[in-house]
Ligand binder design. Structure first.
Ligand code: SF4
Ligand code: SF4
Length: 169
């Protein structure tokens, strides 16, 4: 979730990159990144790790509750929608429209997951269903459709070339 204005207005309608739907973790690349998170009460299980796992416990709705002391990469990351807006190839309204649609697709996907199922567990289940390793119920079929709808939209609008994070082809 970057800190530049006015694109922050776009992120405030979105927040999907903090949920784990794009990335499994935030790389901690600056010496004080760990300390920032620990100052907010986060406890690292591994003292040597340079990764902070997603979904982020500091996300509140679409917003970051530790915005002014979030890890460096959180402020540096710019999805393709933001980059397109930066280049003047997309208006602010168009960018917000994409953010809202992504959130709608994300919520639809979440609504079709099992209670307490993580995104990583859901992805593995979709893989097994696609491989025919599990019998596919009508509810499973709806989950697979929602999974594809979210990822195709994300790949088309939010990930640049070579940035596809979820293999589903
Ligand atoms: S996915 Fe893009 S628009 Fe959405 S919160 Fe992240 S950087 Fe902002
Ligand atoms: S610290 Fe803030 S910007 Fe970074 S992942 Fe968590 S909610 Fe998102």
């Amino acid at each position: 979730m970057p800190d530049e204005v006015p694109t922050y207005d776009i992120c405030s309608h979105c927040g999907v990159c903090c949920t784990g739907a794009f990335f499994s973790h935030v790389p901690l690349v600056k010496p004080d990144d760990r300390a920032k998170l620990e100052a907010h009460g986060y406890e690292f299980g591994d003292e040597t790790t340079n990764e902070y796992p997603l979904p982020c416990q500091f996300q509140q709705g679409a917003l970051c509750s530790i915005y002014h002391s979030r890890p460096h990469i959180c402020g540096a990351y710019r999805c393709e929608v933001l980059r397109s807006a930066d280049r003047g190839e997309m208006t602010q309204d168009e960018a917000v429209g994409h953010a809202r649609e992504l959130v709608r697709l994300y919520r639809d996907l979440r609504s079709r997951m099992r209670p307490d199922e993580t995104l990583a567990e859901m992805r593995e289940r979709v893989k097994r269903l696609r491989a025919g390793e599990e019998e596919t119920t009508p509810e499973d079929a709806k989950l697979i459709l929602a999974f594809y709808a979210f990822n195709i939209y994300a790949d088309r609008h939010f990930h640049g070339a070579g940035e596809r994070h979820v293999k589903y082809g």
